[in-house]
Design a protein around this ligand. Sequence first.
Ligand SMILES: NC(=O)c1ccc[n+]([C@@H]2O[C@H](COP(=O)([O-])OP(=O)(O)OC[C@H]3O[C@@H](n4cnc5c(N)ncnc54)[C@H](OP(=O)(O)O)[C@@H]3O)[C@@H](O)[C@H]2O)c1
Length: 285
Amino acid sequence: MRVTVCGASGLLGNALMREWAGDEVTGLRSKDADIRDARQVAKAVLDSRPDWIVLAAAYTDVDGCEKHPALAFDINVQGAVNVADAAKRSGVRLLFLSSDYVFDGSNGSPYETTDPRKPLNVYGRTKAEAEERLLEIIPNCCIVRTSWLFGRGGKCFPDTILDLARTRTEIDVVNDQRGSPTYNTDLARAIIGLCRDGATGIVHVTNAGHCTWYDFAKTIIDDEGLKTSVRPTTGENFARPAARPKYSVLSPRSLHQHHITMPSWQDALGRYLSQRKSQALPLAR
Ligand SMILES: NC(=O)c1ccc[n+]([C@@H]2O[C@H](COP(=O)([O-])OP(=O)(O)OC[C@H]3O[C@@H](n4cnc5c(N)ncnc54)[C@H](OP(=O)(O)O)[C@@H]3O)[C@@H](O)[C@H]2O)c1
């Protein structure tokens, strides 16, 4: 199988390029093909002649999207449409990365793939619109919604917490937003499995279990045996440009239909922290 990964330089893209063995994989960065430019995308698809495109390229700065909505729609919606158009013309299967932020967080139980989209912020609106447009262009495309990504290859929450812990004795972390941390390595493995399984439709892929950002930070500090005190705070006290859903846990039912199960987020975090230690990874900033 031949695969083209758009967004190969990102947090997920790095993991996909590391983990994907046994197939012919081409990784594209924005300087190889800017997805906003339909001609660049068409040429990249013709050159790499893939069976699958994994579209992990996006404008992912959630607060940046509030400040630059036109750019966000250009990359996350028009860019995705350009890739889907090129995939359709060449008869290529498409797997598109989407987000838990397509939901507003008012559910009291894990979101199913059939729950209606109701984004709270610009980033979520771009992802929700892209999902709808892509399903119109390629009805059998696969849409993988994930959340709270961490791992080697980009800026991520555990690195930020460990960076803060070096200079602070106390850190305040939001305790009223609940979701599922997801290790890029585990997500990459699941995506590889989904492509090999010929997956179609919406699939939710996160590590198992859920927590608040406070729980996540506390576990990072405790696992590392640090003395920094982690204090719970609220989203209201930690105002940011983009509103965040208070509850964005995704049900794994759609993933289990492909006979793929994900390790718990605590297990995934433990593996990431040991990997950082064993490879003395520098903090991504
Ligand atoms: N991070 C999360 O917590 C999270 C949560 C839910 C869903 N997701 C989704 O998962 C996917 C992967 O996220 P990530 O965290 O790996 O992203 P990331 O680290 O921010 O990387 C973004 C990637 O997109 C590429 N890109 C940006 N603008 C581009 C453009 N105009 N043309 C072509 N490529 C462009 C970047 O390329 P260059 O670096 O070469 O510019 C980079 O490879 C995204 O679709 C994201 O929305 C992420």
